[in-house]
Write a protein that binds this ligand. Structure first.
Ligand SMILES: [Zn+2]
Length: 119
């Protein structure tokens, strides 16, 4: 599985997306409220639409956080060989939450993972 956007631990990635959706949701709702101030009565319709989108975004963020929580309970706890801290990994390959070293449980993948770090 190639992850193009972030070179970080999967759990941290989920938390990041959760935060993004929370901020986007709040931003949309603030913009919607600003619409009432700017356009008065007509702005209320816009505000209503923005509120709905804001709520959807917040609901997505809650779902993402919930999903991240569910996944972290099934994550493998291990001590990172690189920085010595307790980290969690999802699946067979993941990055350390602290130093972002590639970790793998699959010996066949170990060589590829090491190459990815060096790249
Ligand atoms: Zn580490």
């Amino acid at each position: 599985m190639n992850r193009i956007f972030f070179k970080s631990a999967k759990i941290n990635e989920f938390r990041l997306w959760g935060l993004v959706f929370t901020l986007v949701g709040m931003g949309i709702m603030i913009l919607g409220t600003a619409g009432i101030v700017l356009w008065g009565q007509a702005g209320k319709i816009v505000a209503g639409i923005f509120m709905i989108f804001g709520m959807i975004s917040l609901l997505i963020s809650v779902a993402v956080y919930f999903w991240a929580g569910m996944m972290s309970t099934s994550a493998t706890m291990l001590e990172c060989p690189e920085c010595g801290r307790q980290t969690k990994m999802l699946g067979k390959t993941d990055r350390c939450m602290f130093c972002r070293t590639m970790l793998t449980l699959d010996p066949n993948q170990a060589r590829d993972a090491a190459n990815e770090v060096n790249a």
